[in-house]
Design a protein around this ligand. Sequence first.
Ligand SMILES: NC(=O)c1ccc[n+]([C@@H]2O[C@H](COP(=O)([O-])OP(=O)(O)OC[C@H]3O[C@@H](n4cnc5c(N)ncnc54)[C@H](O)[C@@H]3O)[C@@H](O)[C@H]2O)c1
Length: 358
Amino acid sequence: MSLKIAIVGCGKIADAHVEEIGKIPSVHLGAVCDLEPIMAEQLAARYAVPGWYCDVASMLEVEKPDVLHITTPPQSHLALARQAFAAGCHVFLEKPVAPRHCDAEAIVAAAVAAGKKLAVNYWPNYEAPALELRRLFETGALGSPVHVESFLGYDLAGEYGTALKRDPGHWVHRLPGKLFQNVLDHVLNKITLYLDDDQPFIQAIAYCGDAAAAGPGQLLDELRVIVRGAQTSAYATFSAHARPVGHSLRVYGTRNTAYVDFAARTVVLERKQTFPSALGRLVPPFLVAKDYLRQGLRNANSFSHARFHYFDGMRRLLSEFYLSIERDSPPPIAFDQILRVSAMMERIFEQVYPEVFV
Ligand SMILES: NC(=O)c1ccc[n+]([C@@H]2O[C@H](COP(=O)([O-])OP(=O)(O)OC[C@H]3O[C@@H](n4cnc5c(N)ncnc54)[C@H](O)[C@@H]3O)[C@@H](O)[C@H]2O)c1
């Protein structure tokens, strides 16, 4: 039987959810909801969704969805997740899970208590190159992870950046970690896949990258974090000023190193050199070129099969999440992984915005 999906929160990211849900044959979108009637009505009209509501309790009661996608700002996630679980729904939640780590713990606890599935939208981890990296790791090609470098660039002049720069009352400014909290899941959830310590050492610094604008009250938009676990270390970097706006991950292993470029959708294994003498310096660029050529052709093939959309990773994650509901198997993202990301974020924000945590 087709799973019935509902969405609460009809803002910017909701369109992506509707579009990716629409690509999965085993489910259907029954209704959408937003506190602002116009937002719900317009989303429903844009995608021919049968029902729209301004009150989530009414939507849950009337529509009885199997799964609720929560795509509202993080400040509302805990209350909405509790309502959803109480109504018997599984929950697909937008990141960040919640403003505070204790709220994230409460959401996971509510899912466990209700016996319902929960997943957070860590969609870049389900992009083809990220999955290929995971395969390389699991088949031993990398050896044990020694160090991880996760980088995310951001364009404050883009759609999301403009919205929060224009509006001093925007919900992002009210998050304890401000701009960083709205993006850092995507930096840290790649690290926690390879660094499984519960309480790693963390050192964070942040500053405003526009020296001319820097001053009291200015939005901090550059973040550097050093993480050290028992076996593995990591650097997490967020930059609103580096160009091009990059998105990458490098995992250094005891055997080989792998580099994922999420923007170009490539993953390359940097192998130990085995050619003798000058050949060892001549051959490697050709091997790297061959790797990139292979990736380019694979991407072209995905494009020709309509599998190269921006949010294809979300489609893949959603498919796995819905399958876990249909089969009553573990959801794709372990709860422990969700909580380690959230705990790490809070420890970073305590260092960057100590005044918020007094
Ligand atoms: N996974 C990603 O890559 C990604 C990308 C963008 C945004 N997001 C996340 O998605 C969430 C929403 O972001 P956005 O940019 O779409 O926000 P937005 O401000 O554009 O939209 C939020 C909508 O939620 C509605 N809303 C707020 N509280 C509500 C409630 N209690 N009940 C019903 N509706 C409510 C608002 O009226 C608004 O229309 C955030 O957590 C954000 O971090 C994730």
